[in-house]
Each structure stands twice: as structure tokens, then as C-alpha cells.
Design a protein around this ligand. Structure first.
Ligand SMILES: Cc1cc2nc3c(=O)[nH]c(=O)nc-3n(C[C@H](O)[C@H](O)[C@H](O)COP(=O)(O)OP(=O)(O)OC[C@H]3O[C@@H](n4cnc5c(N)ncnc54)[C@H](O)[C@@H]3O)c2cc1C
Length: 414
């Protein structure tokens, strides 16, 4: 069958970026088809923020840009035109109120990602967007301009323009399987090798297995590359897993390691980033001095760290469990302070892209107009969301990218 709609717009992918683009294009009086290969839109969106959907973050325009790890400058115009404040207003106007957590992350006050999805779907419906359950396999052009799309059922659809919003490659079960890269490449766009970002880290040795399930909150995390170069420094929560480490602070660190060849690099944890090394030692001396006849581990409970973690630290420092605090030597105490400030692990690898929260890499932004999201190679081809070579920190920034770029594409598609 040959569907004829030469002036219409096809948006490929009903994730947050595609739904924002489609609704916006529809609100301008265009005929818009939103093609989604899953039976239901927004499968990944439902997983976000552990089902609560951290949909944006507080802060200025500069803060938004600073939290983009790859190609923040490219996003400046899109953020300026549709910022975190606009996102909040967009949802409020459609009946979805928000709560802001102390660290600036913003969630729907209902605590349900489904409400964010329903709002976006309602926005599409209100603006006449027609949802097609279809997988797009290619984009056709005539004379350097989009002329239609090909569907996996063999059908062809004529259209005047396309917004490619097919997402990245992480969590492929949600439908984001990297389809957009092939389509963009066929039309001459460069693809930056997709790699996992915001992903757990595997470390060398059996330490993680011994510490599996132990979590540490509010600690310092540093990552060092070849020649001891500091690649990342951050702060937050971590958890040990059977293969290594995960948790928000580790996911953030991973995004800075993704293109550096993570293997052999080091992750260093600092349990007390607020203290200098000397202060740490003084604190241990004080705790042990206050309870000299008690066991060292009893004295150390004042540190409020998980006992399983402390046992390993003590063992590594050569302090046997049960030993009296007054019997611990100065060297052993100093060693203990050193471990508390510099708990070092060597990286084996990042976990695979299937486990990554976002994909780093994708369609190169060099050939995309940052104001309109239109391709500089093919007229009538626009991009939105994670399919592009953009990725950001955890905290709601990735969804803000989807909304801002979706809005830009939907406002300019013609
Ligand atoms: C577990 C998890 C938790 C996350 N939590 C957060 C969070 O709290 N806050 C945050 O900011 N970010 C979070 N993210 C990241 C965020 O979900 C993504 O950055 C965002 O969904 C990207 O939006 P998108 O619209 O570009 O792509 P996607 O959401 O990936 O949507 C793309 C859509 O396109 C469809 N599609 C693909 N190919 C085709 C095709 N050929 N034809 C038709 N349809 C196609 C897919 O089925 C999919 O529905 C999380 C990610 C994960 C995996």
C-alpha cells in the first residue's frame, strides 16, 4: 500500500522526545503521524527514576549545560528556548504538579512515571497526532529532501518531513535498539560509536562479592585514568554488587570513562570527603582513645559505616577483629585512615550497553542545526532526543534533553 500525505510529518519513536516533537508540530496545524514500533508508547519513560520519573532538575541554563557530559554547547539554544522551567510549566498546565527533592531533582508529585506518560500522550491527542503502531526501516529522499518513510510491513508512507526520535541503544527491551543510527547513516550522517553511559562498573578482584549489597551514602568518588590523570570527581551514594559497584555516584563517574577505555583505570572512594587525611587520623585516635579497653571495631562504630565494610577495611589494615583499641599501633591506625580516605579499586570494564541508562554517541551533532534540530545534509529531516550524540548526568537532565530537543524539532519542522 502507498499512503499519500506529501505535506505530513512523520515522527519516528514515541519516547519523550518524539511525543514532545509530535504534539508541538501538531499544535502548529500540521498533520502528524507518530510511528512507534511497540504496542504502547513510552516504555522506557515508565522505567525512569525507578518508576517515579525524575523528569527535570532545578537550576539555571548554565547549570543545565554544565550537567551535559557530551555536547552541552550544542544544546544551549534548545535549553534556552525550552528550559527546565518551561518543562515544569508544560506539565503544570496539563494538571501534573511536581515535587522538588533537596538535591534539585524534580518528580511528579504523584510519584508515578505513568502520569508523565499520560500527560504527553494527552498532549499528542489534543493536537491531533495520529499514532501508528509501525516500525520505520528507512527514510526516503528526493533531491536532498525527505519524501517518505519505509515501514517494516513493506508499506511506504509519503511525507514532507521526518523527526527521528528513535532513542539510543540502552535497555533495548524497551524498543530503543539503535534503529535510528542506520537510517541517519544511510542519508550521510556520521555516527559517533555508541557506548554505555550512566552504567555500573565492574572491578578487579573478589572484593565486590564480599561486599555485595553494602551501600555507602554521601561519599566522595574519584576516577583516575592513565598516568594518574583525574577524570572525574563527584559525591553521592554507591552500592556494591556481585561484579563491582553501582549507585548514582558510580553511574555519573562511568559517563566520564566511557570513551577513555575504562579498563585499568581506578575508582577511589572517600568515606569522609569533608575531612583532610590528618583530620581522619585524629578522629580515629579520638574514638579509640575514648574506649581503649573495647575492641577496635566497637570504637569504629562511631564512624557509622556498615560493619561488613569496616571488617574488610580493618583486615586490610592488619587489625584483627576483637583486638583492643589500645593495642592498635599508630601505623595500623594511619593505614585505616588512609583506606577510609582512599579506598581504591581497579576497573575491569563498564557493564554492557544493555544495562546503561543512556547511550553516549549516536548521530553526530556537527551536521545538525542546534536551533532547529534540522539536518544540515537532508532538508526536512529533524532529530530529537537520545538518538543524537548527547548524554547527561543523572538527575533529570536526560529527559530535559528529550523535551528541549523535541520541542525545538516540533517547533521548526516544516
Ligand atoms: C532504567 C532507566 C532509568 C532512567 N531514569 C531517568 C530519569 O529518572 N531521568 C532522566 O532524565 N532520564 C532517565 N533515563 C534516561 C531517559 O529515559 C532517556 O534519556 C530518554 O527516554 C530518551 O528519550 P528518547 O525519546 O530520546 O528515546 P526513548 O525513550 O528511547 O524512545 C525511543 C522510542 O522510539 C521507538 N523506536 C525505536 N526505533 C523505532 C523504529 N524503527 N520505528 C518506530 N519506533 C521506534 C522505541 O520503541 C522507543 O519507544 C533513564 C533510563 C533508563 C534506562
Amino acid at each position: 500500500m502507498h499512503i499519500k500525505n506529501a505535506q505530513s510529518i512523520v515522527v519516528i519513536g514515541a519516547g519523550p522526545a518524539g511525543m514532545m516533537a509530535a504534539g508541538t508540530a501538531g499544535s502548529r496545524g500540521n498533520e502528524v503521524f507518530l510511528a512507534e514500533k511497540n504496542l504502547l508508547p513510552g516504555r522506557k519513560l515508565l522505567l525512569t527514576g525507578n518508576g517515579r520519573c525524575n523528569f527535570t532538575h532545578t537550576g539555571s541554563l548554565d547549570d543545565l549545560v554544565a550537567n551535559v557530559i557530551t555536547n552541552g554547547k550544542f544544546l544551549y539554544n534548545a535549553f534556552a528556548a525550552f528550559s527546565n522551567r518551561d518543562t515544569i510549566r508544560f506539565f503544570r498546565e496539563r494538571g501534573l504538579s511536581e515535587i522538588t527533592e533537596p538535591d534539585g531533582r524534580i518528580f511528579p508529585s504523584s510519584g508515578r512515571a505513568l502520569d508523565v506518560l499520560n500527560t504527553l500522550q494527552g498532549y499528542c491527542r489534543a493536537n491531533g497526532v495520529k499514532i501508528l503502531t509501525a516500525q520505520v526501516t528507512g527514510i526516503k529522499t528526493v533531491g536532498g529532501r525527505v519524501s517518505g518513510v519505509l515501514l517494516s510491513n513493506g508499506k511506504e508512507m509519503e511525507c514532507g518531513s521526518v523527526v527521528l526520535a528513535s532513542g539510543g541503544m540502552s535497555y533495548p527491551k524497551t524498543g530503543s535498539t539503535g534503529d535510528g543510527y542506520g537510517m541517519a547513516k544511510e542519508l550521510g550522517h556520521a555516527i559517533i560509536e555508541p557506548a554505555p553511559a550512566l552504567v555500573p562498573i565492574e572491578v578487579v578482584g573478589n572484593l565486590p562479592l564480599q561486599l555485595k549489597g553494602v551501600s555507602l551514602s554521601g561519599i566522595g568518588v574519584k576516577a583516575f585514568g592513565k598516568n594518574n590523570r583525574k577524570i572525574y570527581q563527584g559525591f553521592g551514594d554507591i552500592i556494591f554488587t556481585h561484579y563491582g559497584i553501582s549507585g548514582p555516584a558510580i553511574l555519573s563517574a562511568s559517563s566520564y570513562l566511557t570513551h577513555t577505555g575504562a579498563q585499568g583505570n581506578r575508582i577511589v572512594l572517600d568515606m569522609f570527603p569533608e575531612f583532610a587525611d590528618m583530620q581522619m587520623d585524629a578522629l580515629l585516635r579520638e574514638f579509640m582513645g575514648n574506649a581503649p579497653a573495647k575492641s577496635a571495631e566497637t570504637a569504629f562504630t562511631k564512624l557509622r559505616l556498615p560493619s561488613r565494610f569496616m571488617d574488610i577495611l580493618m583486615k586490610t589494615a592488619g587489625i584483627a577483629i576483637g583486638r583492643k583499641a589500645c593495642e592498635v599501633t599508630k601505623e595500623e591506625r594511619k593505614q585505616m585512615a588512609l583506606f577510609l580516605k582512599n579506598f581504591e579499586m581497579r576497573i575491569k570494564s563498564l557493564r554492557p550497553i544493555e544495562e546503561a541508562m543512556v547511550t553516549s554517541g549516536g548521530v553526530s551533532v556537527e551536521e545538525i542545526n542546534p536551533r532547529t534540530m534540522e539536518s544540515r545534509i537532508v532538508k526536512g529531516l529533524f532529530f530529537a532526543g537520545e538518538v543524537m550524540d548527547v548524554d547527561a548526568n543523572t538527575g533529570g537532565y536526560n529527559l530535559q534533553i528529550a523535551f528541549s530537543t523535541g520541542r525545538a524539532a516540533g517547533s521548526n519542522v516544516h
